[in-house]
Design a protein around this ligand. Structure first.
Ligand code: F6R
Length: 247
């Protein structure tokens, strides 16, 4: 079963944050022990800021990060464990014991990845999975060619992703070459997908995700098959979609 995604149009990046926050807050107010799938990167930062400002009680909410780099030292400011701690867990007042990020420091990544999927399932699955989209169509770090039935695992980062993410590091060669990412099937298991994009540089990826062929060559296109999707865009990210009926 699949339904048309609901598209919410914001005036700018901050407005996408306020609109997306409305979705998350609706879920958390209905279920104070909700489970959230957490994206990092720039796209959800206005959302996290809006959630922090809302003053809602997140102390019983669980979170599962989408991904984590391999090869960064523990505590590196660009490790997603640190990004989640500083942008999400602390500002929202979440219980650190309920916030999970794939751990890149163990010896057996395959066993850890299986445990991570099992932990999401044991928590009841994500009520809302927050997503950004890569310029090459990745969700999580499921790069083009990732199988739709993939689960959490180690993947190499595409060169384009390393270039896109070089802005977060002091030099491009510091961007890790591998990461642990939730798989496409893991992400698809969430009850509600909330994809956020702002900026004209995302317009083509948004167009392909929403209107292009559903193909593993463009992983974000899988959202067209999910029954409950909300897409929050600013004018730049929506600029190739033509007339939009919003709401
Ligand atoms: C981050 C993640 C990625 C990003 C994507 C967009 O946890 O899984 O898929 O959402 O690379 O990144 P930004 O938002 O920085 O453009």
């Amino acid at each position: 079963m699949s339904g048309s995604p609901r598209i919410l149009l914001g005036t700018d990046a901050d407005d996408t944050g306020r609109l997306a926050a409305g979705v998350v807050l609706g879920t958390v107010r209905a279920n104070p022990a909700a489970v959230l799938g957490l994206a990092t990167g720039s796209s959800p930062l206005p959302l996290y800021a809006a959630l922090a400002a809302a003053g809602t009680d997140f102390s019983r909410v669980s979170g599962f990060a989408l991904d984590e780099y391999l090869g960064l030292p523990d505590g590196h400011p660009q490790s997603y464990a640190e990004v989640i701690r500083t942008a999400v867990t602390e500002p929202l007042g979440m219980d650190p014991h309920l916030v999970h990020v794939p751990d890149p420091h163990g010896m057996d990544h395959a066993a850890h990845a299986a445990d991570y999927d099992a932990a999401i399932a044991a928590a009841g699955g994500a009520d809302v999975q927050i997503l950004g989209v890569g310029s090459n169509g990745h969700i999580g770090f499921n790069e083009p060619g990732s199988a739709f039935d993939s689960r959490t695992r180690v993947v190499p980062l595409a060169e384009r992703t390393r270039q896109d993410n070089a802005r977060f590091f002091e030099s491009p060669d510091q961007v890790p070459v591998e990461c642990l990412t939730q798989g496409i099937a893991t992400i698809f298991g969430a009850r509600h997908l909330l994809l956020i994009a702002h900026g004209e540089h995302k317009a083509r990826a948004v167009l392909r995700a929403l209107r292009g062929p559903v193909t593993e060559d463009f992983p974000a296109s899988i959202i067209q098959r999910h029954p409950h999707v909300t897409v929050v865009l600013d004018a730049g990210a929506a600029s190739l979609l033509g007339d939009l009926a919003c709401g």
